[in-house]
Design a protein around this ligand. Structure first.
Ligand SMILES: Cc1cc2nc3c(=O)[nH]c(=O)nc-3n(C[C@H](O)[C@H](O)[C@H](O)COP(=O)(O)O)c2cc1C
Length: 190
């Protein structure tokens, strides 16, 4: 399996980093693009550089490199995840504005009818954000907000992050053990 992973300038860049780690552990190839804004937030929130992340990915590209293979639909991938996804990037994809490699690769993913998962992290949401999400949903994308659940009794921030990353992998039909599934109140499947 080959997945495009993009990280944009949102709080919660840890979601994208954890997704890269999980893909590596699961033997999934990743093509990484980190936006310029995400680069700054990586340093601020995690003390990490893009070079640190490149080590986790199979391939990586500059966000302004339109000559990269991902800018063309002729390169086969099994889908793309933008985690976290800023409302700026979400709006650009919703409007078909392919102004950088992330939005171009997302546009290509939609036109080739491959899975596209966007993980927005913003609150509260304005009407423009909500309408952009609805538009993307109608175009075939999955909107998977960074909304961790609490029924699995998380013990750490890592557990909360793993829940969201597990949900991303669920959408892509990838088996994983990142969170414990709900088994009903008796602890068993009914
Ligand atoms: C510390 C910090 C946190 C931010 N958090 C968010 C956020 O959670 N969600 C969001 O949509 N934008 C957030 N932004 C704003 C985006 O980084 C900004 O809109 C940027 O243009 C996004 O560009 P990109 O989508 O190309 O990464 C944040 C900016 C900074 C500096």
């Amino acid at each position: 399996m080959r997945l495009v992973v993009a990280i944009t300038g949102c709080s919660g860049v840890t979601y994208g980093v954890r997704l890269l780690e999980a893909c590596r552990q699961l033997g999934i190839e990743t093509d990484l693009i980190v936006s310029r804004a995400a680069e700054q937030i990586l340093k601020l929130e995690l003390g990490k550089s893009v070079d640190d992340l490149r080590k986790l990915a199979t391939r990586s590209y500059q966000p302004d490199d339109f000559t990269a293979p991902l800018a063309s639909g002729s390169v086969h991938t099994d889908g793309m995840v933008i985690a976290p996804c800023s409302v700026k990037t979400l709006g650009a994809v919703a409007s078909g504005v392919a102004a950088d490699l992330i939005t171009r690769a997302a546009d290509v993913t939609l036109k080739e009818v491959r899975p596209l998962v966007l993980v927005p992290r913003e609150t509260p949401l304005n009407l423009i954000h909500l309408e952009n999400m609805a538009r993307l949903k109608r175009a075939g994308a999955t909107i998977l907000p960074a909304m961790p659940a609490f029924y699995q009794k998380p013990q750490s921030i890592q557990d909360l992050v793993d829940f969201v990353v597990g949900k991303i992998l669920d959408v892509l039909d990838v088996e994983h053990q990142l969170y414990r599934r709900w088994r009903g109140l008796k602890g068993n499947d009914y």
